[in-house]
Design a protein around this ligand. Structure first.
Ligand SMILES: NC(=O)c1ccc[n+]([C@@H]2O[C@H](COP(=O)([O-])OP(=O)(O)OC[C@H]3O[C@@H](n4cnc5c(N)ncnc54)[C@H](O)[C@@H]3O)[C@@H](O)[C@H]2O)c1
Ligand SMILES: [Zn+2]
Length: 368
């Protein structure tokens, strides 16, 4: 098992990573499960695959699990599900010192974390991430949110979990497409600040995706350690360090918006292509060699992720795609900070990017 500390001032916690943690849950949560009943929020897919394991682990130790099982999918990050979940937690008489368990992917983690942040002005919650994306990204760092008619993740709170348990065994039931999508966020940490880790991904990514346990532990632990370093340095994204985690995301969000946030393009797939675009755009601006950008594109393609904008057959031009960026949360007084690269492992925040230039670049990429 790997244990990664997240040293956030005032709310330090640990991320424990290993195979079989779900079955040992009560040992890991020692002192945190104060009552016989334990509230767990999950979705129907995760409940079907892992509900029994968690149920057994709790009952063996005299606890009674109380389940709230939501429909799988992004639509559950809604005002309606938030209200219903908070009402359910109140009906369950959850107190501030109790711990709510969030068992699922990023959807469940974001919704449950937000519910925990407002329940009685903030109560404890434990993240038990079950998708690769949630294990390496969304369960760590304390961003919680729901979606509204105006857009994704526009309503939320910073609320850190008190513990994160990433059981690598649960990845065995994760659909392969979701696993690959999560891998995009793993590669991201290499591209942001760790060329050696990108090299490791080049050599070991395929075997990791194929299920090698030791490689999975290394990939998740290295990713979590990178995220922990960044969020400990800049919890609320004020100094610009945390913004580096958005590498590939400004392009990615435009692609998600253009494809209607649908199954056509999963978040991780959009980020994968978004990182290729960020690399190629960096090369266009002569910040790094074109060959380096193509190395990134090759790695993404070899992982079974989208690497060519033209292959998406989008029904729009570059300016229309760039227009989606105007609605980006990061937009600040008319300028959009963009994460670009000087090389692999050398991401930086550029503040002088003109949307018109990005639109022309996207036009060329659409026609490649
Ligand atoms: N808070 C953050 O910092 C942060 C960071 C990145 C992403 N996010 C959010 O995370 C969400 C995406 O997360 P996600 O990709 O995990 O999506 P998700 O929660 O929808 O999970 C993806 C799919 O996999 C299924 N699933 C999850 N674990 C499984 C398992 N072990 N076995 C079988 N099926 C399983 C789910 O039921 C779902 O159908 C988005 O809403 C995004 O905004 C948040
Ligand atoms: Zn992401």
């Amino acid at each position: 098992m790997a244990v990664i500390p997240v040293d956030i001032a005032g709310h330090p916690y640990e991320v424990r990573i290993g195979a079989g943690l779900l079955a040992e849950l009560v040992t890991h949560c020692r002192g945190r499960l104060r009552k016989r009943t334990v509230p767990i929020v999950t979705d129907a897919n995760v409940h079907a695959a892992w509900g029994d394991v968690l149920e057994g682990a709790l009952r063996e130790n005299g606890h009674e699990p109380r389940w709230r099982i939501l429909p799988p999918g992004e639509a559950s990050k809604s005002w309606q599900q938030l209200a219903a979940t908070v009402d359910w937690l109140l009906a369950e008489e959850v107190e501030r010192g109790d711990s709510i368990l969030a068992l699922g992917g990023g959807v469940i983690g974001d919704l449950t974390g937000f519910a925990a942040s407002i329940l009685k002005r903030g109560c404890h919650f434990i993240q038990i991430p079950t998708s690769l994306l949630a294990q390496v990204d969304s369960s760590v760092g304390g961003k919680t949110a729901i979606n509204t008619a105006a857009g994704k993740n526009l309503v939320g709170a910073f609320h850190q979990p008190s513990l994160v348990l990433a059981d690598l065994a649960v990845l065995d039931t994760l659909p392969e497409r979701e696993l690959r999508a999560g891998y995009a966020e793993v590669v991201k940490y290499g591209l942001i600040g760790d060329a050696d880790f990108f090299g490791w991904c080049d050599s070991n990514g395929a075997a990791m995706l194929n299920g090698d346990g030791a490689l999975r532990e290394f990939a998740v632990a290295t990713s979590v350690a990178a995220k922990a370093r960044i969020v400990a340095a800049d919890e609320r994204e004020t100094s610009g360090i945390r913004a580096l985690l958005n590498l590939g995301h400004t392009f990615g969000h435009a692609l998600e918006a253009e494809t209607g946030f649908s199954d056509r393009l999963l978040h991780g797939e959009a980020v994968a292509l978004g990182m290729v675009l960020a690399a190629r755009y960096s090369a266009r601006r002569e910040l790094m060699p074109r060959a380096t950008a193509e190395h990134v594109a090759r790695h993404i393609a070899e992982a079974g992720l989208p690497s060519e904008l033209s292959a998406l057959s989008l029904d729009c031009d570059g300016p229309a795609l760039a227009a989606h960026m105007l609605h980006d949360k990061k937009m600040d007084a008319g300028t959009l900070p963009f994460v670009l690269m000087k090389g692999i492992g050398e991401a930086f925040l550029a503040k002088d990017v003109e949307l018109k230039d990005v639109a022309a670049f996207l036009d060329a990429q659409l026609k490649r």
